[in-house]
Ligand binder design. Structure first.
Ligand code: ATP
Ligand code: MG
Length: 448
């Protein structure tokens, strides 16, 4: 912060420039159009699978995350934006993920009273991490949650939903990795074996691993430290501790995926960051984004609803990282062209143009579905025709509407085709018949 109590007699200094918080990004046009396109694609797809939208607050009580994510997780240990509401002393946190909030809302509003629910959300999440490519402090997730249904066919459904999204977006090179975490009792036995194994190799553990050894040894398997890879590779595998039911559940899921042609890789080391997962866990990963290659992660979390105070009910879901998906779309050259208006209204400089009829005509066109950008400049200083045509060109519009005084006096507007087939040709449209004008202007769309 700058000096706060400048002496009043000193000459005023230019105010310090305010910039966005580190790791939190403005999303500006034309890039924001890619976000809108992604969001629309998701909405359409969710409707096809009968998932309904849920919107929960960005701020939640801190204990919600501590209780649901688990105390010994990266998020709760060091990534949460937590603060005390100075008005009432309440401990609050900017949501680092949305599953906890969705489950809280479902319990609070008895959403599971009449059976299960299929829900989806989109929105910003907050984690205090080191900003780098694909890793931000405010980032965005789109997530799907199915509450109240168990069974591998539901796990398969959410996996298929994500796979369909990649297909719909035209994304390639996304691999699916799956694993099972079994049930809590099975994990206890595995955990004991893991602790014994790592204790026997204490000297090979890094500081993080040593800290987690007794609190969350499963997370050691998730280490990114290359020096520990061999150690982790040979650690006891949870799969060897699974009972029949868990084994069968996992096998059925694999058979279902096989039968619908979804390919996957079994990754026995796949554990998810959060404590609340059981049975199925999965990630979608790509090699095209460098170190931040996980674009989507999820799994089953049958214990969470009860943990948050609801009647026990199973659940499964996933969350994808919007920034990473958008970057992958750019890598695959799959971003849509930036939007452009159909027509750009050019208004000659000066006071002699009756703007009322011009605005009225443009409103009529828009009402009939034509996207029109009106040339704007301060006052009547609209600039030369040449500079207005330059703007019209830059807008990407197919047509320029030229509201010259003579044409207006005759009740007409002159239209010039700016690009594509017929570029340079000109024709007149009557102002009195806005419906036919709209049809004419919409009759040809530009294919770039
Ligand atoms: P990572 O291992 O990359 O830290 P995570 O296991 O913490 O991921 P989840 O909590 O499962 O991630 O979130 C789901 C998805 O959200 C991730 O797969 C990723 O695409 C995205 N994501 C997570 N953290 C960030 C972040 N800080 N910035 C951008 N995207 C993120
Ligand atoms: Mg993380």
């Amino acid at each position: 912060m700058q000096e706060q109590n400048d002496a009043p007699q000193r000459a005023p200094r230019a105010p310090t420039r305010l910039v966005a918080v580190k790791g939190m990004n403005d999303i500006l046009p034309p890039e924001s159009a890619q976000w809108e396109w992604l969001e629309e694609t998701v909405r359409r797809l969710m409707a096809r699978y009968a998932y309904r939208n849920i919107r929960t607050p960005i701020v939640e009580p801190t204990p919600l995350f501590v209780r649901s994510l688990g105390e010994v997780t990266d998020i709760v240990e060091k990534e949460m934006y937590s603060f005390v509401d100075h008005l009432n002393g309440e401990a609050l946190t900017l949501r680092p993920e949305a599953t906890a909030g969705v489950v809280r809302a479902a319990v609070e509003h008895s959403l599971l009273y009449e059976g299960g629910r299929r829900l989806y959300y989109m929105g910003p999440m907050f984690r205090h991490e080191r900003p780098q490519r694909g890793r931000y402090r405010q980032f965005h997730q789109i997530g799907a949650e199915v509450l109240g249904f168990s069974g591998p066919e539901i796990d398969a459904e959410v996996i298929l939903l994500a796979t369909a999204l990649w297909r719909e977006l035209g994304l390639e090179g996304i691999r699916l990795e799956i694993n099972t975490l079994g049930q809590p009792a099975e994990r206890v036995a595995h955990r004991k074996a893991l602790i014994e194994y790592f204790e026997a190799h204490q000297d090979l553990l890094d500081a993080d691993a040593r800290r987690r050894l007794h609190s969350n040894p499963l997370r050691i398997l998730d280490t990114k430290n290359p020096d520990m890879q061999a150690l982790v590779e040979n650690a006891p595998k949870l799969t060897d501790f699974l009972g029949d039911a868990s084994q069968r559940y996992f096998e059925t899921l694999q058979q279902l995926l096989d039968s619908v042609g979804v390919s996957y890789r079994l990754n026995p080391r796949l554990v998810r960051g959060m404590d609340y997962y059981n049975l199925t866990v999965f990630e979608f990963v790509t090699d095209r984004l460098g170190a931040q290659g996980t674009v989507c992660g999820g799994g089953r979390y049958d214990g969470l609803i009860e943990q948050i105070g609801g009647k026990p009910a199973p659940a499964v879901g996933w969350a994808l990282g919007v920034e990473r998906i958008l970057e992958l779309l750019r890598e695959c050259d799959r971003t849509p062209p930036p939007p452009s208006p159909d027509a750009y209204a050019i208004i000659p400089d000066g006071d002699d143009i009756p703007m009322g009829p011009v605005l009225g005509f443009l409103e009529g066109l828009r009402g009939s579905g034509v996207a029109v950008q009106m040339h704007a400049a301060s006052g009547a200083q609209r600039g030369s025709m040449k500079s207005q045509f330059r703007r019209a060109d830059a807008s990407g519009a197919l047509y320029a509407l030229i509201f010259g005084p003579e044409e207006l006096a005759r009740g007409e507007v002159s239209v010039k085709t700016l690009r594509g087939e017929g570029a340079g040709s000109q024709f007149l449209l009557p102002l009195s018949d806005v419906a036919s004008a709209a049809v004419r202007l919409k009759s040809r769309t530009l294919s770039e």
